[in-house]
Ligand binder design. Structure first.
Ligand code: OAD
Length: 231
């Protein structure tokens, strides 16, 4: 059985990384148009770098939880029959042992040059003075994170994997940010079984065939156990 798993901020919530739209979520404290758009970066790059430097510091201290560990176990058992697509920019799936994670919204621990688009792994602080090793210019260091108004990454690979899947499972995501929020309807239209795992019903919960509600750290390991024992 080929399984396509989509994860969102809810899978990392119990690792201490904030979600976005919940009460006390990141977007209740920060104006996303200021810190998560190309226009915001052009207006005030220092504010944007400070925001992501704080998130890099939080990430350095975060550990994967039982949900990440269970998904790594599922990958170890299924190999290429598991496609793990995440909207998360954290590296907790990798820290838990997942090897083939597709980060459609980019990665926090990667720096991109806004001038030439060169990327490099980097967990240090983003600064205006940093000189890009590829183009030699300064002032362009930004996180390799997809901002609002930018195209998500790996969409062709993702669409191909979705079309091949027998089961689509959405874990800990609000169902309100496209294109990821549309995957469940695409899956349904292709006759693929769908399952939502979340703390509570998401915005598009009504589209899913199966719904499992509770903390990801409890529900995901139980679901993985069921898949591995019942097939
Ligand atoms: P949201 O913060 O919008 O939604 C988090 C979801 O996780 C909600 O549906 C919660 O009910 C659920 N949740 C919270 N705690 C949970 C737990 N312990 N177990 C299970 N579920 C839990 O995050 P996303 O939908 O992932 O994009 O956000 C999508 C995108 O919007 C992000 O990738 C980010 C953001 O703006 C960019 O920055 C481009």
């Amino acid at each position: 059985m080929k399984i396509f798993v989509l994860t969102g901020a809810g899978v990392s919530a119990e690792s201490g990384l904030g979600t976005f739209r919940d009460k006390d979520g990141v977007w209740t404290k920060y104006d996303l148009s200021e810190v998560a758009t190309p226009e915001g970066f052009a207006r005030n790059p220092a504010l944007v770098r400070d925001f992501y430097n704080a998130r890099r510091a939080n990430l350095a201290a975060a550990e994967p939880n039982a949900a990440h560990v269970a998904l790594a176990r599922l990958e170890a058992a299924l190999g290429d029959d598991l496609f793990l697509c995440t909207q998360n920019v954290d590296d907790l799936h990798e820290k838990a042992g997942s090897k083939r994670v597709v980060h459609m919204h980019g990665e926090l621990a990667v720096t991109r040059c806004h001038h030439c688009q060169a990327t490099r792994p980097d967990v240090g602080a983003l600064t205006a003075e940093a000189v890009c090793a590829a183009c030699g210019r300064d002032g362009g260091a930004r996180p390799h994170v997809v901002w609002f108004g930018e195209m998500p990454l790996y969409m062709e690979e993702i669409e191909d994997a979705l079309a091949e899947a027998d089961l689509f499972v959405s874990i800990g995501t609000s169902g309100s940010v496209y294109p990821a929020a549309g995957f469940v309807s695409e899956a349904r239209a292709m006759g693929i079984a769908t399952c939502e795992i979340n703390l509570e019903p998401s915005a598009n919960a009504y589209v899913f065939d199966e719904k499992l509600y509770g903390p990801a750290s409890e529900v995901v390991p139980a679901w993985v156990e069921k898949v591995l024992t019942q097939g």
